[in-house]
Design a protein around this ligand. Structure first.
Ligand SMILES: C[S@@+](CC[C@H](N)C(=O)[O-])C[C@H]1O[C@@H](n2cnc3c(N)ncnc32)[C@H](O)[C@@H]1O
Length: 371
């Protein structure tokens, strides 16, 4: 069966996600702000969940319509053939939703309306008065934007940024999906040296190692759709096998992580080990004032402290000046730094070859690339 699918992503990473979805076998790929729509069967759903590094989740689009009133919501949801996905005992869970510039604004009221419509339909289809809800949970998401409502059945469950290696983190970790996007922009691949002089919990180094060794980022976790009655276990097992077989065995990649904080260095080591990429990653406690390039060409990919999230703005600015003193001239090395501080280039002491707008959560940042 072919499904209409959608994958949300960080603004600015839509092109990267479109390529990943194409590699997963998706068709009719259409990128728009913060999401990529596509079509595919169960195999595509499984592959996209396991392999896409910048997707936040993979959803089956159940309906897309104009919702001016609660009746519109109710009538549309009542006509969604939810019983094709949910068994008699399963639970429909309206996880969460967003309403932007729309007439309907109460999220709980929309959730209640949707749930009521699904329950009535299931009662009728399964000829029962009370739904046992003792089976698996089917998470439903909705987005209402300018009165246009899109309802999706979430096949991922826990967001795809949760790879399974970062149970613990430091104060301001970068989201795994955003880190993966930056690494893609930096084209950090096999046989390269990646350095993160502010490594924190190690996200950039670990995601770089994943890309270099072609390790699917979500190879070591489960997904909501794996438990659903209509999902074929073999399809998932094959997709996992395929991803395992694709891992590069001859990977000559090296990553170096530095941080002023001893606990952060420990955390990076621990997370790298959990992610199964510790053999590629060396970590050392070192402040930016002591930064030196290793021999050969390196790509520095980093998320230095920014004032909004850690410490004081003057401290962050001083760190950027120190970065410039220790890293310039770059020579044949490349630098990719993401920060929300607008005058990064002035403080660092050189204009970037390119800067891109990227959001870190709600925070507008720029990725400064020196290539
Ligand atoms: C924004 S966090 C990096 C988060 C990291 N990308 C992650 O995903 O966990 C910045 C890191 O810079 C470190 N740091 C702060 N001042 C530093 C300095 N002068 N030299 C080196 N590291 C520093 C902090 O300890 C913190 O771990």
């Amino acid at each position: 069966m072919t499904y209409n699918l959608t994958a949300p992503c960080h603004f600015g990473l839509e092109k990267i996600l479109s390529c990943e979805i194409k590699r997963a076998g998706g068709e009719n790929i259409k990128a728009s702000d913060g999401r990529v729509d596509f079509t595919g069967d169960e195999r595509v759903i499984a592959r996209a969940n396991i392999t896409c590094s910048v997707a936040e989740r993979i959803g089956i689009v159940l309906d897309s319509f104009t919702a001016n009133t609660f009746d519109d919501v109710f009538n549309h949801m009542k006509n969604v053939p939810i019983e094709e996905y949910a068994g008699r005992n399963d639970k429909i869970h309206i996880v969460k939703g967003h309403s932007l510039n729309s007439k309907l604004t109460s999220i709980p009221a929309i959730q209640r309306t949707m749930k009521k419509a699904f329950v009535i339909r299931m009662q009728k289809k399964y000829k029962i008065n009370t739904l046992p809800e003792t089976g698996v949970t089917l998470p439903i998401h909705f987005l209402l934007m300018k009165n246009q409502m899109t309802v999706t059945l979430d096949t991922s469950g826990v967001g795809l940024h949760k790879r399974g290696y970062r149970a613990m983190s430091n104060a301001a970790p970068i989201k795994e999906t955003l880190a993966a996007g930056i690494i893609d922009i930096a084209r950090a691949r096999n046989a390269e040296t990646v350095i993160d002089p502010f490594c924190g919990s190690g996200t950039i180094l670990i995601e770089s190692a994943f890309k270099a060794a072609n390790i699917a980022p979500c190879l070591n976790r489960n997904f909501a759709a794996m438990d659903w009655g209509f999902a074929d276990r073999k399809v998932w097992a094959d997709a996992f096998d395929e991803a395992r077989e694709a891992i590069r065995k001859d990977c000559g990649f090296t990553a170096l992580g530095f941080d002023i904080d001893k606990a952060a260095c420990e955390l990076t080591r621990e997370n790298a080990w959990k992610a199964g990429v510790d053999k590629y990653i060396k970590v050392e406690k070192r402040a930016i004032k002591d930064f030196v390039y290793p021999e050969g060409k390196s790509k520095i990919i980093t998320n230095p402290p920014y004032a909004e999230r850690m410490g004081d703005i003057n401290e962050a600015k001083e760190i950027y000046r120190t970065m410039g003193k220790r890293m310039l001239p770059l020579g044949e090395n490349e630098l990719y730094a993401i920060t929300s501080v607008e005058d990064f280039e002035t403080l660092f002491g050189e204009k970037a070859s390119k800067n891109r707008k990227l959001y870190n959560g709600m925070l507008m940042c720029r990725l400064y690339s020196y290539v």
